[in-house]
Design a protein around this ligand. Structure first.
Ligand SMILES: Cc1cc2nc3c(=O)[nH]c(=O)nc-3n(C[C@H](O)[C@H](O)[C@H](O)COP(=O)(O)OP(=O)(O)OC[C@H]3O[C@@H](n4cnc5c(N)ncnc54)[C@H](O)[C@@H]3O)c2cc1C
Length: 304
């Protein structure tokens, strides 16, 4: 009996109604549309089920991979020996706290939080409207755009630590940095976040969200599958500008291509493999280093 078989039995025992999938293709769960079958995936529908899944896995020495909306993820092509817990079917709380704060479950899409803020005349979350991830993935990555980032508005986060305890981290304790947080460092499961905003004019908020979405559609290759910006911004430069400067726009390996519209994106032109993307990424890194001296680092998380 494999450890995944044991885990399946344990999950059935502690969570009898839990939705479990075996050999589930990760390409169906990622915005890149790339990825082979994962050994075991749980789709808990509530916070209690989510926590029970994590605890069951850890009791057997299995480290679960926490999946949000898969919009920053590149998965390998072959069988993926992982236990994935998909957080966005559960963890869906979304409510006002007082007049200007929002309590958001980790599974709620950031777009939905932005719309909820607008409906409640709250400003400060417009920047995240077009980011396709969940609140959990956003907090872990400290997602940001157009001068805003979650670090500016997430005042506290509730998470599950390695010992299976629910902890609440406030302010500085969340250790947000550029595409970085304590949740990433310490592999914490983000359960929910408290977003602090300000009162604003709902029409102006809607206009700003619409404007940012228009700018995104104009500059980003949203017509293709991708994982968003492939590389982090190196200190003192922009990855897209460096890649462009090296003449790599349109460079292609198999069906993976450096987008012709935005050199910071690697797009899947249809049927790209993880190997295509990684070969292309290695080439881009090498050429950019040789020609500019900048070392590019992946922003996208890999599951291999
Ligand atoms: C077209 C496009 C545009 C994008 N634009 C932007 C942008 O403007 N700015 C930006 O910052 N990003 C952008 N992204 C990237 C992506 O949307 C963000 O990084 C987002 O925060 C990822 O959220 P997710 O739910 O999809 O996380 P996933 O991709 O599912 O996971 C990302 C990481 O977070 C972890 N994780 C997810 N949920 C949890 C949880 N509840 N607890 C603990 N760990 C968790 C995963 O294990 C993984 O390490 C873009 C992506 C695409 C495809």
């Amino acid at each position: 009996m494999t450890s995944f078989d044991q885990l399946k039995l344990e999950l059935h025992r502690v969570c009898p109604g839990l939705l479990i999938k075996e050999q589930e293709p990760m390409r169906d769960h990622t915005s890149f549309r790339i990825g082979g079958p994962v050994a075991l995936m749980a789709l808990p529908q509530t916070t209690e089920e989510t926590i029970a899944c994590i605890k069951a896995a850890r009791s057997l020495g299995i480290y679960p991979f926490l999946l949000g909306r898969g919009s920053n993820l590149l998965c390998g092509d072959g069988l993926l020996e992982h236990f994935v817990v998909k957080t966005n079917p559960g963890l869906r709380q979304l409510e006002l706290v007082g007049e200007t704060a929002i309590r958001c479950g980790a599974g709620v899409p950031m777009r939905q939080v932005a719309c909820f803020a607008q409906q409640n005349s709250l400003t400060g979350f417009e920047f995240a409207h077009g980011i396709p991830g969940s609140m959990g993935g956003g907090v872990v990555m400290n997602a940001g755009a157009y001068g805003g980032e979650l670090a500016n508005v997430v005042v506290q986060t509730t998470a599950l630590n390695e010992e299976g305890e629910i902890i609440t981290l406030r302010g500085e304790a969340q250790r947000f940095g550029y595409r970085h947080s304590v949740f990433m460092e310490e592999h914490l499961l983000v359960l929910e976040a408290r977003v602090q905003l300000m009162k604003g004019d709902p029409t102006a908020i809607q206009e700003r969200m619409d404007d940012l979405l228009r700018r995104r559609k104009h500059t980003q290759p949203l017509e293709y599958a991708s994982g968003g910006s492939t590389f982090k911004r190196p200190q003192g430069a922009y990855a897209a500008a460096l890649i462009d400067q090296c003449g790599l726009k349109g460079y292609q390996v198999g069906a993976a291509q450096v987008s012709e519209k935005h050199a910071g994106f690697v797009v899947n032109k249809g049927g790209a493999t993880c190997r295509d993307v990684l070969t292309l990424v290695d080439h881009v890194k090498e050429v950019v280093f040789q020609q500019t001296g900048f070392r590019l680092e992946l922003e996208i998380i890999t599951m291999l």
